[in-house]
Design a protein around this ligand. Sequence first.
Ligand code: OGA
Ligand code: MN
Length: 293
Amino acid sequence: MELIPLGPGFAAEVRGAGMAEVAASDEIYAAVRAAFEEHSVLVFRAQPITNELQMAFSRKFGPLEIAKAASRGEGTPFSILTNVEPDGTLVPPGHKEELRAMANQLWHTDSCFKIPPALTSVLSGRIVATTGGETEFTSMRLTWKRLPEAMRKKLDNAYAWHDYAHSRGKIAPHLASERERSAMPAACWRMRWRNPVNGRDALYIASHTCGIDGMERSEALRLIDELTAFATRPEHIYQHHWQPGDVIMWDNRATMHRGRPWPMDQPRHMIRTTVSATDADGLAAMWPERSAS
Ligand code: OGA
Ligand code: MN
């Protein structure tokens, strides 16, 4: 197995081992798992993608999430990000899937509003856009290291609230339906996620972050915006141009990502499996000391 560095201090392409090898071999899984802990974003090219293979690969990393209420793929392990209707036609302008794509274009980490939150997401390009539609990543570990010492101290023992409806609300007030809101109440996690394998800390925030314990709401939202801007300076980003057969997995504990726009008259169809974090992934230290906000 070979690792080709891709991004500014994180992200690597894996060569010589693919999804099928990981699914079939504990030894190859262990090598890829170690690379994941180290590099935070792993790219696999030219994969023979099927739902079954993606599930078998993802399952090695931990328990699979079930796709969100009211999403395409609800009740299955597959989150479908698409502008293609089941009959093959493209969704009309202003359609909910277009608004969802816009919400995905805000910097975020997946499922911080869930209990438990996500360890990793595995995204496969089933139909990739020929122009635009890139996915961008930043390292929240490098971000943590780059923060001024005083800010790290301030955030080290801080707890933030994350709400799916909050990020959707930035695109359209009612994008998160009542059903989605009641299925996904806000969740609270520590703002610093320590990786138990290598001891490295990462700042844990997202577009979903709607408050910080003990801080006035508008002040908290301003701080989240500032931290997000700091984390996502252009020189700190890895931008992935999708090719058919690409699969990317990322560490939701240690990165943020966003989709980029593409012309809505072009099909783009992506399928994500998501693995929940467990105590072994450092989640044990993420729970709030007190649950009230
Ligand atoms: C995701 C996501 C962005 C994209 O799958 O979680 O945010 O580029 N995707 O599709
Ligand atoms: Mn995402």
